[in-house]
Design a protein around this ligand. Structure first.
Ligand SMILES: Nc1ncnc2c1ncn2[C@@H]1O[C@H](COP(=O)(O)OP(=O)(O)O)[C@@H](O)[C@H]1O
Ligand SMILES: [Mg+2]
Length: 264
């Protein structure tokens, strides 16, 4: 479903701020793979996602999604088949619009923009059922303005919107990092349910090693713009946080510098 081959990205080349953010990344994802991504601050995790989403051109390498070469495709064009959720709950939803209006917009993603037709009863029922599965009580607030929701409710809604039309790829960049632990757990279990139900090919960045171990079928660790660890299946299930810390220190030669990861 995803083939990333030899990609490089340097920010501010030739200046004092030059940064080799991606140093030859190769990554192949099978249909339905759910990969968790960990690594220290500045490891290149978000940059990898931005490269896949086409936020800016990469310097070298190719990116194929579902067999199609998208390396030179604009971010806008790729958005038709990529779902994304970021850390900031304020992004991804329109605050001044209602919950059902937001969902209706997501439903029309990638379609030609015409005047937005009214929301039909069947559609409203579909949204109500979807919202129910979140367990956040949103199914009774279809016309509430999204700006009135909590951060966790907004992230859960963003997740529904990103997956309402089945994306070829779902990219989650620390989408629960800004939430309190209880809400984060709810959004993560909603993530598992949605990804599992539609067999979505998913990349999920998390700073929480335990979450990285528990979720998904494969785990990669990044460091200095490279993938330094790729563990899957039964081997992944046996992993402990201590194993990961140890691997990181062994491969990178540095202590894993993230308090959040330790606390998680
Ligand atoms: N748009 C940008 N312009 C300049 N530097 C950037 C940009 N995006 C990321 N970087 C730099 O690239 C490196 C990797 O960043 P990032 O991928 O965001 O790390 P993380 O693994 O924490 O998500 C960092 O040194 C960061 O400062
Ligand atoms: Mg990041």
């Amino acid at each position: 479903m995803l083939e990333v081959k030899g990609i490089y990205k340097t920010f501010n080349p030739g200046t004092v701020n030059e940064k080799h953010a991606l140093n030859g990344v190769d990554l192949t994802m099978e249909d339905g793979d759910f990969i968790t991504v960990i690594g220290g601050n500045g490891a290149g995790k978000s940059t990898l996602m931005n490269a896949i989403a086409g936020v800016w051109p990469i310097d070298e390498g190719t990116i194929l999604i579902d067999g199609a070469n998208v390396t030179h495709l604009s971010e806008h064009k790729r958005a038709a088949f990529i779902g994304r959720v970021f850390q900031d709950p304020m992004m991804g939803t329109a605050a001044t619009m209602g919950i059902e209006e937001n969902l209706a917009l997501a439903k029309r993603r990638g379609k030609r923009r015409t005047l937005m037709p009214g929301i039909k009863r069947a559609e409203r029922e579909e949204y109500r059922e979807l919202l129910k599965t979140l367990g956040l009580g949103l199914e009774n607030r279809l016309t509430s303005k999204v700006g009135l929701l909590s951060g966790g409710q907004r992230q859960a809604l963003t997740l529904l919107m990103a997956t309402l039309i089945k994306p070829k790829l779902l990219l989650l960049d620390e989408h629960t990092a800004a939430l309190d632990p209880k809400t984060a757990a709810k959004v993560l279990s909603a993530t598992d349910r949605i990804v599992g139900k539609d067999h979505l090919t998913t990349l999920m960045i998390t700073h929480n090693m335990r979450d990285a171990i528990v979720h998904g079928n494969r785990l990669i660790m990044m460091h200095d713009g490279r993938i330094i660890l790729d563990i899957r299946g039964a081997e992944k299930q046996k992993l402990t946080v201590e194993d990961l810390m140890h691997e990181f220190e062994k491969i990178s030669g540095e202590a894993f510098a993230s308090d959040k990861a330790l606390l998680g």
